[in-house]
Design a protein around this ligand. Structure first.
Ligand SMILES: Cc1ncc(C[n+]2csc(CCOP(=O)(O)OP(=O)(O)O)c2C)c(N)n1
Ligand code: SF4
Ligand SMILES: [Mg+2]
Length: 302
């Protein structure tokens, strides 16, 4: 278990309950899938009892990206698609906090897609939840990178011509070290998945199908047995989560696809490498302070 994921030495002064964690009244449309994601996050934090001053929630822009407003922790509502670079800096500079990033399919795979690739390949220690509703919700119904071909929207009134991305394949190629998929209406599964993601020492990412009842109602009913769909969970006795080729094949399953952990490996994090490098350099320089190190680095760059 890493320093960032270790339970605190002393129990938190105040027991972490939903009441303590609730910061504001969520402003999502009644019935939006994002409510369930928030409730599951509260419950998992309640179970893990992280001190809430040791949690940071970062987001870009979108309905889903309003998440940090509703959690009583540190939080930043940042620029559309730019949550990950900010979260990267935070994670690297504050090993004592757990950094969470929340956002939508547009924020993560469209404008923020490039940042996703780089934060993932660097294996920055953070947990990223992509609340995928297959649409731009906040801006009222445009085609997103995960919108199915043929779906009509304000930007594609005739139906989208384009092939959607396959989030699991994209994430596997990115170098993320924990990759999972869940459904906001499958609460127990969503909670288990979040818990495993949080406890992973590295870049953990969860795609969570979260229905936009306003602009794409019923989009994920095919993953719900009570609505006649199939919730097909990956059998980890048959799937080796370290096998990226096998994970890639699982990602080929037709809609609604497979759910669960596709891939998980341990690889040194950028956090760990940077901290080691700083400690070694400080030792070499006879206990130089971090400020001294910065000054020396700037001198080299002059
Ligand atoms: C730089 C920039 N470009 C575009 C926008 C407009 N914009 C705001 S949210 C958004 C997309 C939201 O979709 P998604 O990330 O899927 O979140 P959702 O609302 O569906 O949860 C766009 C295009 C913006 N705010 N800033
Ligand atoms: S527009 Fe869609 S995604 Fe946004 S709050 Fe409403 S239901 Fe949720
Ligand atoms: Mg969206």
């Amino acid at each position: 278990m890493s320093a960032a994921t270790e339970a605190p030495a002393a129990p938190p002064a105040e027991k972490l309950t939903k009441k303590v964690l609730t910061a504001d009244h969520p402003t999502w449309c009644p019935g939006c899938g994002d409510f369930a994601v928030l409730a599951a996050f509260y419950k998992v934090l309640e179970k893990l009892q992280y001190p809430h001053e040791k949690i940071v929630c970062v987001a870009g822009i979108g309905c889903s990206s309003r998440f940090p407003y509703f959690v009583n922790s540190h939080g930043i509502h940042f620029i559309h698609g730019r949550a990950l670079p900010l979260a990267t800096g935070l994670s690297l500079s504050r090993p004592d906090v757990h950094v969470f990033v929340f956002g939508g399919d547009g924020d993560g795979f469209s404008i923020g897609g490039n940042h996703l690739n780089h934060a993932a390949r660097k294996n920055v220690r953070l947990t990223y939840v992509i609340m995928d509703n297959f649409v731009y919700g906040l801006t009222k119904n445009q085609t997103s990178p995960t919108s199915p071909t043929g779906r009509k929207s304000k930007t594609d009134p005739q139906g989208s011509f384009d092939r959607p991305i396959n989030p699991m394949k994209q994430l596997l190629a990115s170098g993320a070290t924990f990759i999972a998929r869940t459904h906001a209406a499958q609460v127990a599964h969503m909670m288990q998945t979040f818990e495993r993601a949080i406890q992973h020492d590295g870049f953990s990412v969860v795609e969570c199908l979260s229905e936009c009842v306003m602009f794409y109602p019923g989009a994920f009913d095919d993953g719900l047995p009570r609505k006649g769909g199939v919730f097909d969970v990956i059998d980890e006795t048959a799937h080796d989560v370290k096998d990226d080729v096998a994970a890639f094949k699982l990602a080929d399953a037709p809609a609604p696809g497979k759910f669960g952990v596709f891939y998980q490996v341990n690889r040194p994090t950028k956090n760990e490498k940077e901290l080691n490098f700083i400690a070694e350099t400080q030792a070499k320089l006879g206990g130089a302070s971090q400020k001294d190190l910065l000054r020396k680095r700037f001198e080299v760059m002059r």
